[in-house]
Design a protein around this ligand. Structure first.
Ligand code: UDX
Length: 450
């Protein structure tokens, strides 16, 4: 099929590259001409494992094309995925202005009927508004549109794998033709007919992923409901960690045993600095606002959000308890990205920590394997180092902010010798407290006996 993707962010790029790999002819467009220029030079503007390989291979085969001409992209395809950003407004609502602008382009540029699929995370009932907008903006041309909602559940850092090996593909539709067309689009992924660049041991998949067909409203709600539930799980684990600290239990032992119950499952129960990134924090906020507008106080979600914001304060408190005076101290940060295997620092706890430490008069140095360029654009004044050892040298405290795999295997004896004060605050419970104590470190983590 000829497919166009509007918006070349994480979701758009991964969707475009994976659908091209699955055999479709894909045109990706973005109103950021500089980004399209970069992509056309064969460079990927984000750090996402395997994406470069997929983009490169499919560009060479001309199955994947990038253009800043949205009209051309719209006209040349029969199905259009909307993958533009829906960032939070001041009040927590999702900003849908980019979706509105895209609707205008699609409606005015289409010369033949199209299937318009919203993949951006949007509040429930956006589909209805989109349908109306397409009809109003395109009233002169008189072209018909069908719409669908197809929320994306990919995680940064494993986005390609998540797209090609999904647990479920959710499609919200209004008619059988649309359902059939979406089955055709996802056919190669459902049947395992693609080359997996990830070398996933379960590729080709033994079983088809669940193809879940719902109404458009339900599909839209599924995305917000899923992400908010994941946020709830993390906040639950974090509240539990605080309780474990007060009562002398170990949160890892507790969550491990809880997770063995198949009704609970072990994922998303890791305590520490809390959730960041561009999805969970904004989606839980948008869901709270959505509930308010529907006349409901979703206090459970508000509490999850409050617990999450408190994690930064808990981390600072632990640092302050040890350092006594923060002003003038040298703090070294290991990690900046909101999680490992990404260079994304949007709503990253590490960024908020830098802001707080700087405002308290500390000297901050940092190392992250992927996210330093992005952090430099926000905090040019801190000192960025080549590796973890450089950050540790002369530091009064070493702060573990992102659980990059390479931090696990560091030579901690060497670090101990090089620090001004061998203090480690581990915001991701990455290291073993017993080992750190044996090495002589003053070591603090979350919810574990010290
Ligand atoms: C999330 C959803 O998982 C994904 O389905 C959706 O499409 C987009 O939002 P992502 O933002 O890439 O994906 O990251 P995720 O792996 O979910 O982690 C979110 C945050 O929660 C990170 O900051 C991570 O460090 C934190 N987290 C995760 C915890 O603090 N504890 C956990 O147990 C799990």
């Amino acid at each position: 099929m000829r497919i166009s993707i509007i918006g070349c962010g994480y979701v758009g790029l991964v969707t475009g590259a994976c659908l091209a790999e699955a055999g479709h002819e894909v045109v990706c467009t973005d109103n950021d001409a500089a980004k399209i220029g970069v992509l056309n030079q064969g460079r990927i503007p984000i750090y996402e494992p395997h994406l470069d390989q997929l983009v490169d291979g499919n560009r060479k085969k001309e199955k994947l094309v990038f253009t800043d001409n949205a009209s051309e992209a719209v006209r040349s395809s029969s199905a259009i995925f909307i993958c533009v950003g829906t960032p939070p407004l001041e009040n927590g609502d999702a900003d849908l202005s980019a979706i509105d602008a895209v609707a205008r382009v699609i409606a005015t540029e289409s010369a033949s009927p199209k299937l318009v699929i919203e993949k951006s995370t949007v509040p429930v009932q956006t589909g209805q508004q989109l349908k109306q907008a397409l009809a109003v903006y395109g009233r002169k041309a008189g072209v018909g549109f069908r719409i669908a909602s197809n929320p994306e559940f990919l995680r940064e850092g494993t986005a390609v794998e998540d797209f090609l090996h999904p647990d479920r593909i959710v499609v919200g539709v209004e008619d059988e033709t649309t359902e059939r067309e979406l089955r055709e689009i996802y056919g190669p992924i459902l049947d395992g007919k693609f080359n997996c660049p990830v070398h996933n041991p379960s590729c080709p998949p033994h079983e088809q992923p669940n193809f879940v067909v719902t109404t458009i409203n339900s599909a839209e709600l599924i995305k917000h409901a899923s992400n908010s539930f994941l946020a709830l799980k993390i906040s639950y684990a974090n509240a539990l960690a605080d309780m474990c600290e007060r009562l002398g239990a170990n949160v890892e032992e507790v969550t491990r045993a809880m997770g063995l119950d198949p009704r609970i499952r072990p994922e998303f129960l890791r305590a520490g600095l809390g959730f960041g990134g561009f999805c969970l924090p904004k989606d839980i906020q948008a869901f709270i606002r959505l509930a308010e507008r529907a006349g409901m106080d979703f206090a459970l979600l508000k509490e999850a959000e409050r617990i999450n914001k408190q994690r930064i304060a808990r981390f600072l408190e632990k640092t302050r308890n040890s350092l006594w005076v923060v002003k003038g101290k040298r703090v070294g940060m290991l990690g900046l990205a909101f999680k490992p295997n990404t260079d994304d620092i949007r709503f990253a706890p590490g960024i908020e920590l830098i802001r707080r430490f700087l405002s308290e008069g500390a000297f901050v140095s940092a190392y992250d394997p992927a996210a330093m360029d992005k952090a430099r654009a926000i905090f040019p004044e801190i000192s960025y180092r080549q590796n973890a050892y450089e950050v540790a040298k002369g530091a009064d405290a070493l702060l573990i902010v992102t659980e990059w795999q390479e931090f696990r295997g560091l030579d901690w004896e060497r670090i101990y010798d090089s620090m001004a004060r061998p203090l480690v605050i581990d915001g991701r419970n990455l290291l073993d407290p017993a080992v750190m104590a044996r090495l002589g470190f003053e070591y603090h983590s979350f919810g574990r006996p010290e």
